[in-house]
Structure formats: structure tokens, C-alpha cells
Design a protein. Structure first.
Length: 293
């Protein structure tokens, strides 16, 4: 059965890479709007009896990304597609995984419910799994959460010498420790105290000599950058030779990059789950392997 690869506007480069590796046809969607703002969506290839892979990171514009995916998936099935797989390298709405305050929407559950009704399988990279331990707790369709740990580890091994890996908080230490173990370097973690969404302080709680070392701060998501900034300040106080921040998902909101660089971080890198100039670490092969299963 032939495979068609498309995207909804956020991930065309990744979609094209996947299509080449899969030896599948890449066919971009036409997405625009009517004068009143209603969405207009059109496929430009025959989908009857085909497998469709929609590649769409839910950034930027997470709301419209979700909406576009649902529109595309429903249209594809109506046009006769046999199976619709969503590759969402970055999956939004996962962090609102409980009702923190009375009256709040539990966004992760609502997002999953909408996708359960529209697609047949979802593949994502390092989703925010905290109070929800695995995707199958909210997705009733086929689901696969991949990790970029080994890809990041390989990148660090080939581009950095005399390195140590730092997790900026306990939640991120899982990434730091696994990556460090893979490339056989030392790792440590900072205890993060969050005073507000924009004010964070950190303290190293696992002693590690980082003087004259190339410090790599590793996290799953860099959003506002405040967690990275506090960790960088501590690394700088310990006389690190250089400081690099690497994440899976680079959101970089509220001028995060400029603020991080001012804190002493030499460079900020991320994977291409979200396409940015800093997306130097390619996760294409990781996704291809899963799609070929």
C-alpha cells in the first residue's frame, strides 16, 4: 500500500526528509481561510486506499495546529485513505495534565479525545509525561512515544570534549543521566525552587567538579529559559570552561534565547522536533524506524 506524506505548515522540512527516507510521495496541503475566517483545506493528491502520514509539530500556534490536523485527518478518511498516522514531534497540551485550580480545563485529555476520533496512530517525541505516566492513559488509538536521548548523546559525543552533563532540575535529570551514561561522562543535577512561572533558583545537590569542563545543560523543553538560566549561573560560578544548553523541544518564548545567552551560555541547540535555526540535532531516522514497523 502506497504512503503519502504531508504536513499542515509547521514541519515541511521534516516531512520532506521523512518522505525521502520512506521513498514515499510528499504532497503539501493547501491550507488557507475564507474571508470570514473559516478554514479552507485541500489535498492535492489521490488518497484512495493510501496510507497518509501527517507531520505536524504543535508549535507554533498549538491551537490551529491541532485544528488543522483534525481537519486534514477527517478529510483524508472521507477521501478514502486507509490509515492516517500523525507524526507530532512536539505534542502540545501535555503539561496541563490535571486540574491545578478549580474550573480549569484538563487540556491533555481534551486534545487526546479529539485526536482519538480523527486519526489511527500517533507518534511523538519525548512528550511531557508526568502525572500521565504513558500515552495509552489518554490515547485509545495506536500510540508511540519515542525518545531523542540517544540522538542527543551521539551529537554530544561527536561535538564536545571534556564534557559533563547537568540536569537543571530533578525532572530533567532523567535525560541528563541517561545521556551521560551513554557516552560515559559524569552528570549532576540542580535542585530547582520555582517561586513563580518566571522566577526560579537552583542549587547543585550532587557534587561534581565542573571547573574547566565543557558543561552541557540538558532538558526536554526550553520555553521561557528561566530554568536553564539559573543552572547556567551556577555552572559559571563553578568556573565552567564553556556552557551549552541542549533540549529536545526548543520553544524559546519571551526572548528566551537572548536571556539565556546573557547568562553565559555559549550556544543553545535543539532537535528538529520544532524547526528553528538552533535545530541541529536530527530525529528523522528515529521516526522513520517507527513508521517502518
Amino acid at each position: 500500500m502506497a504512503t503519502i506524506v504531508t504536513d499542515c505548515g509547521n514541519s515541511p522540512q521534516l516531512a520532506k526528509r521523512l518522505a525521502r527516507k520512506l521513498r514515499a510521495k510528499y504532497s503539501p496541503l493547501t491550507i488557507s481561510s475564507f474571508p470570514d475566517g473559516d478554514i479552507y483545506l485541500k489535498f492535492n493528491t489521490n488518497l484512495k486506499n493510501k496510507k497518509l502520514v501527517i507531520v505536524q509539530s504543535f508549535q507554533p500556534h498549538s491551537d490551529m495546529s491541532l485544528f488543522d490536523v483534525i481537519w486534514a485527518a477527517e478529510t483524508a478518511k472521507d477521501l478514502g485513505a486507509k490509515k492516517v498516522t500523525l507524526v507530532a514531534p512536539y505534542l502540545s497540551y501535555m503539561r496541563q495534565d490535571k486540574r491545578f485550580n478549580p474550573g480549569e480545563a484538563i487540556s491533555s485529555h481534551i486534545m487526546a479525545k479529539l485526536l482519538n476520533n480523527s486519526i489511527d496512530k500517533i507518534i511523538t517525541i519525548d512528550p511531557h509525561l508526568h502525572r500521565i505516566p504513558k500515552l495509552s492513559k489518554i490515547f485509545t488509538i495506536q500510540n508511540q512515544a519515542l525518545t531523542a536521548n540517544l540522538v542527543i548523546a551521539d551529537y554530544i559525543q561527536h561535538h564536545f570534549k571534556n564534557a559533563v552533563i547537568i540536569g537543571p532540575d530533578w525532572e530533567s535529570y532523567q535525560w541528563a543521566e541517561r545521556i551521560a551514561n551513554k557516552i560515559k561522562v559524569l552528570s549532576s543535577v540542580f535542585r530547582k525552587t520555582r517561586h513563580s512561572s518566571r522566577k526560579v533558583t537552583s542549587k547543585m545537590i550532587k557534587p561534581l567538579e565542573i571547573k574547566n569542563k565543557n558543561v552541557i545543560i540538558v532538558d526536554d523543553i526550553i520555553s521561557t529559559g528561566h530554568t536553564i538560566i539559573e543552572a547556567a549561573k551556577k555552572a559559571k560560578q563553578h568556573k565552567a570552561k564553556s556552557i551549552t544548553a541542549i533540549c529536545v523541544h526548543g520553544l524559546f518564548v519571551e526572548n528566551a534565547l537572548k536571556k539565556i545567552q546573557r547568562s553565559g551560555v555559549k550556544q543553545v541547540l535543539c532537535t528538529n522536533t520544532i524547526q528553528k535555526p538552533q535545530s541541529k540535532i536530527d530525529i528523522t531516522d528515529l521516526i522513520v524506524k517507527e513508521l517502518k514497523r
